[in-house]
Design a protein around this ligand. Structure first.
Ligand SMILES: Nc1nc2c(c(=O)[nH]1)N[C@H]1C(S)=C(S)[C@@H](COP(=O)(O)O)O[C@H]1N2
Ligand SMILES: [Mo]
Length: 197
């Protein structure tokens, strides 16, 4: 059997039982929020921090921004390669607060009380960011406008769209899908799809 260079490269980039798509599927539970006025929007950083902060959209946009290219892997089996994101790195966002030493996990809060949890270490990985732009265009409402998490090294459900809060916790509190059986960490290369995996 002949394996061209492209094939072997793909194997290195696509985790087990994932299929590459060029399209970008839209997937979520609940409704897409539409904002008439971003002055209604804020991002709350709270929980195990010295002092909680609320950032306005303008304050977020004034922060140093970063561009990162990466691959995303949805637990339903599709992967999309070479996504170009622009936004605020999570390491930059936490400069706005002082984390207490007990903070070990993060619960990301989105519109309609949708949540997802992950270890602080995964949240702060150098490839993690809060993105407002994808492949050069502002996020569409369906894909998370005005701001979404992008945690590309975990299954894509951890990449919350329409984020409104980041809560730092001592315990690993399960989020929406995690309460329904999805994995607490969700690493695609280990196929951590469900909590019984
Ligand atoms: N707020 C919110 N974010 C969410 C979800 C959701 O239901 N609500 N679904 C997750 C899931 S399961 C996936 S696969 C990705 C899909 O992102 P996309 O629609 O931009 O491809 O968003 C994640 N972020
Ligand atoms: Mo998903």
């Amino acid at each position: 059997m002949y394996f061209g260079k492209e094939e072997s490269e793909k194997d290195e980039r696509v985790p087990p039982n994932q299929v590459v798509t060029k399209k970008w599927p839209v997937l979520h539970y609940g409704n897409v929020p539409y904002y008439n006025d971003l002055s209604e929007w804020d991002l709350k950083l709270f929980g195990l921090v010295e002092q909680a902060v609320h950032l306005t959209f303008d304050e977020v946009m004034e922060m140093p921004s970063t561009r990162l290219k990466n691959d995303i892997h949805c637990v339903t089996g599709w992967s999309r390669l070479d996504n170009q994101w622009e936004g605020i790195s999570t390491k930059e966002i936490v400069k706005k607060i002082k984390l207490l030493p007990e903070a070990n996990y993060v619960l990301i809060h989105a519109e309609e009380d949708w949540t997802t949890n992950l270890p602080l270490e995964d949240f702060l990985k150098e490839t993690s960011l809060l993105a407002h732009t994808h492949d050069g265009k502002s996020l569409t409402p369906e894909h998370g406008f005005p701001l979404r998490a992008v945690i590309p090294h975990l299954y894509f459900w951890k990449s919350a769209k329409w984020i409104r809060g980041i809560e730092f916790t001592a315990e690993n509190k399960p989020g929406f899908w995690e309460r329904n059986g999805y994995h607490m960490q969700g690493r695609p290369w280990k196929e951590e799809r469900f909590s019984w995996d």
